[in-house]
Design a protein around this ligand. Sequence first.
Ligand code: NAI
Length: 345
Amino acid sequence: MIQVAFYDAKEYDRPAFEQYGAMHGMRFHFLETRLNADTVALAAGCDAVCVFVNDQVDAAVIDRLHGYGVKLIALRSAGYNNVDVRAAYGKVHVVHVPAYSPYAVAEHAMALLLTSVRRIHKAYNRTREFNFSLNGLTGFDFHGKTVGVIGTGKIGRIFINICRGFGMRVLAYDKYPAADSGIEYAALDRLFAESDVISLHCPLTEETRHLIDGNAIRKMKKGVVIVNTSRGALIDAEALLSGIKARHVGAACLDVYEEEADVFFEDRSGHILNDDLLSRLISMPNVIVTSHQAFLTREALGNIAETTVNNIRSYFDNDGICDNELCYRCGNIEQCRKERKERCF
Ligand code: NAI
């Protein structure tokens, strides 16, 4: 039986993983703690580790996993910026779940956007107190507005289709624009200058870290609404707060936050939050924060468990060959077009 140390396990993870794991001869050891240098020893004796977005899989952790004989790091997420894939090369293979429900994330981005622009969160609180005043609840029509979409992969394209359903004009930026997609691509500066709404759907890489900084915000339209359901560090949160305080940024919808690893996914309601920047952002009337929940639908959880179990099974049954391996042989994961009939190393 394949033994898997399952880090950062939450109540909502277990049912689907237990179900698919049992079907495929796999035993998950559910650990509430996150993977880091202090907790890596819990993986000793396991064949694989299963990790999520805030597990810290850096070079030191990878060396220890390698030392314990762990063969596989199975990410149960699409993003892999928390895994030092370069350091893993030649030691431990890394697989991920490239898609589980891009609809879940794209729909959440639109849910945040509608909530923010139409002040639904304010109205909900008011009517619960029998306050039926409309003062301060004025929004704007999406129809005819321009939405700038950065990253036109699986999620970005679904978000584009949703926006088109609202009659919005779409401008997009992608490092690797999709040919024949019917999407109007523009340089970032033009996208910043023309967009009423900007939504981020690209991965976090060295290149995209703080893609939205003070300089970028200054190029945006006054009143721009920024949506981030991708990765927190795409935005320089200090610069975003300054843009909001200067009344230049009209609203921000954030499902992710650069320092979320220390805060998100836990109930901290009885505690004093040490993150002043996050506290200040949350205190703004035009900022909505959800704690990395864009993926959280029944469909996505089922698909994540099924694909992760299939990835692990395929790796151990198939001489280490897995379609969803993050291959680093060529040194360029983003553009690697390796035929998946062989292992990365
Ligand atoms: P994808 O790989 O299908 O698309 C990413 C797109 O970004 C590609 O078209 C790629 O060419 C583009 N890209 C790469 N480098 C770029 C750059 N420097 N500038 C602009 N574009 C660049 O990925 P998918 O499935 O659409 O996911 C997008 C992101 O959404 C993931 O990287 C992940 O960080 C985030 N995500 C967030 C979730 C949440 O719960 N909040 C859940 C799932 C994904």
